[in-house]
Design a protein around this ligand. Sequence first.
Ligand SMILES: [Zn+2]
Length: 499
Amino acid sequence: MRRSLFPSLLVLASPSLASAAGAPISPAAPWARAVDDELTRPVIERLTGKSAAEIAAIGSHWEGDMLFTPDGLGADALAAMGKEPLHAMAYDPAPGVLFVEMGGVTLTPTCGNGDNANAALNCSPLVDSQTDFPSYGDGMAQASMFQELQNYYEPFNIIMSSQRPPDYLPYTMAVIGGASNQGQGVCGVANVACDGLKRNHVSLTFPQSCNGVAEVAAQETSHNWGLEHTDDTQDLMYPFNNGGFKTYVDTCNTISHATGSGVTQCGYIHELYCPDGGGEEQNSYQELMGVFGPREVDDVAPVIVSTTPEDGAVISTSDSVLITAQIEENSTLVGVKWTWVDGLPDDVEEYTRCTNNVCVEDYALTPGTDPNEVAWDFVNLAQPPVGTYTFQLEVIDGYGNYDSKEITIEVTEDGNTGSNPDTGSDSASGTDGDSGTDGTDPDGDGTAADAGDATGATVPGVDDGGTKQGCACAAAEPTTPRLAWLIPLALLGLRTRRR
Ligand SMILES: [Zn+2]
């Protein structure tokens, strides 16, 4: 089903929108300023116009095995915020990654970064205190469970992995292990996010408490993506573990409250798929299809199309420049991470900006955002001191295709350069490199000599005598087609299909 029934309100920063310079990243370095753009603010705050404190004050509540927190944007939370149903959440289907954790994990109830759950940080309000979950079964049991779960999700564009993806790629985590932490008769629990708006939730499945582990895991992960219970005994969203063969049923079924007591929370989304149901019917199959779209295979790597400045650019101490990039990616699921590698202000240990809220600054994207339309702004250098500065950009899509690039720029004393940071012209920078040797560069011989070499561009990896910039050689695009985390999938995939 096309989801563009409503004009999307989730318009994000476009490349044409220049980012404002925000606060200095440290008091001692007013020349290094964070980017101040929309994407540094959490999605839920942008969607609702409410502050983090107002949102947190709403609190959460359980409905059977489902935990509704405010960022799940259920009916009660929206009502508490005085908000109408957010049909703006309807977005074009976007692929998702499901990491199945069967090797044991420790979860904490808080994330420390403003998120109420984040799979990459092993935090979830599904636990009340730090909780250890043991591993599940042996290798055979794990492979067979994984395959069974994969069969359930076969129609949908859900990329499953038994290996943990990089933390800056949003992924949902299904923890399989241990006994119920929510009392007897509970086979699994999950946070709910209506319309699959949040893509880094966690669910728990308790193999020591119930049989039908894959079936339970399917239901719990689907709760993460906005599905509630139905009264169809054939549907994976039937709230009881009745042992029969189930699937995601492609009919509109009545929402079941057999295990909860309350109000259907994501009814305004269910209604998009069951228009006659008034929000009290759910088509589990079509709704997942609407969230993820049909299964696709993607082996096209993302491409870092350009950076500003270019690698090897030379600017002066009177210039200001925004470190940014444009990427090209054919899917709408992407993890992007900037790292300030070299030339950090003295009192700053680390400066990063990435997706999935695991870096110093975030790119808070909504599912379905076109990564080609995002301005991947990192940091503003406003009249920086003389020196060498290196930044790394990494991009990975949900299928494990990867690209990275390092850019190194030189800052020279004002008056020593006429080069424009946008062009980073080689000839200009070459001469600057020479002139730099005579001078004021506090780093001495190293940087100035390197500048000449590095900006020569065709001589990668010229020895810089050591530690300084891990050489510009990486810029010569050794595009790794796939990262290792997807490979074990192929092995698991060799298992026989069931039935
Ligand atoms: Zn359930």
